[in-house]
Design a protein around this ligand. Structure first.
Ligand SMILES: Nc1ncnc2c1ncn2[C@@H]1O[C@H](COP(=O)(O)OP(=O)(O)O)[C@@H](O)[C@H]1O
Ligand SMILES: [Mg+2]
Length: 233
């Protein structure tokens, strides 16, 4: 479904991605783990068109999207829950969800909102509440729900566990697994690899803008270097 071929992405003169290649098959949940500054967010921002790569190819269903504008990439079926959640603080939960569907003109939006409320009952309870008054974990649910409202074929998740109480992280990860089981392909990036390797089929390890290791998630969990660097064991 998605193939990155040797992409190099820059912020001015700083080369944040120094030739990243990876792939995600239809139906998979794939994770990209790495320390702070490794280039995880830049990889997702390269795919979603927010920070396009200067070199390399990004193929989505065989089409090169590396120079396609972000809103067109959403239309093609890729949506992102950004690092730090970025909910619209003064808008209600429901208004935030509807923002996720702003490019759509079809008649399924109400049904999809109902589906997001099924996935995250907490959001339904709080549908009239302003996003800015909710906890970090609830806002993370909202950011994922908002991304789902674009009806993605490929869902990009940037550090869904960041700064969130463990009990809510568990609930969020159960729902991520459920979203994947229901057929949405997922590319998930995390600094805290514990949950990410639990939910994903395969993983890549990113260090300073390069993929240094890739394997089945179960094997990465057993890898002593991964355990030392990313699992805190
Ligand atoms: N807006 C920016 N301007 C300049 N450098 C940036 C910017 N965003 C990220 N970087 C740099 O790019 C590298 C990768 O960052 P990032 O993709 O955010 O890493 P991660 O998400 O893995 O923590 C880091 O060295 C970071 O300092
Ligand atoms: Mg990041």
């Amino acid at each position: 479904m998605l193939e990155l071929h040797d992409i190099r992405t820059f912020y001015g003169n700083i080369e944040a991605l120094k030739g990243v290649s990876l792939s995600v098959d239809e139906g998979e949940c794939v994770t990209l783990i790495g320390s702070n500054g490794a280039g995880k967010s830049t990889t997702l921002r390269s795919i979603s068109g927010l920070t396009p790569p200067r070199f390399g190819q990004i193929l989505f269903h065989g089409r090169d999207i590396a120079r396609v504008p972000p809103q067109e990439i959403v239309r093609l079926g890729i949506s992102q829950s950004p690092e730090g959640r970025r909910c619209f603080q003064r808008m209600s939960v429901q208004e935030n969800l509807d923002m996720g569907a702003y490019l759509r003109r079809d008649k399924e939006i109400d049904a999809d909102r109902a589906h997001v409320y099924e996935l995250f009952p907490r959001l339904q309870e709080r549908r009239t509440q302003k996003a800015g008054t909710m906890s970090g974990g609830e806002q993370q649910m909202l950011a994922i729900g908002r991304a789902m409202m674009a009806r993605p074929k490929l869902l990009l998740l940037d550090e869904p566990s960041m700064g969130i109480a463990p009990i809510l992280v568990e609930r969020i990860y159960e729902t991520i697994a459920e979203i994947n089981r229901q057929g949405t392909t997922i590319l998930l990036v995390e600094q805290n690899a514990n949950y990410a390797l639990g939910v994903s089929h395969r993983g890549y390890v990113l260090e300073t803008g390069r993929v240094v290791l890739t394997d089945a998630s179960s094997s990465l969990r057993e890898n002593p270097e991964v355990q030392r660097a990313y699992l805190g064991t």
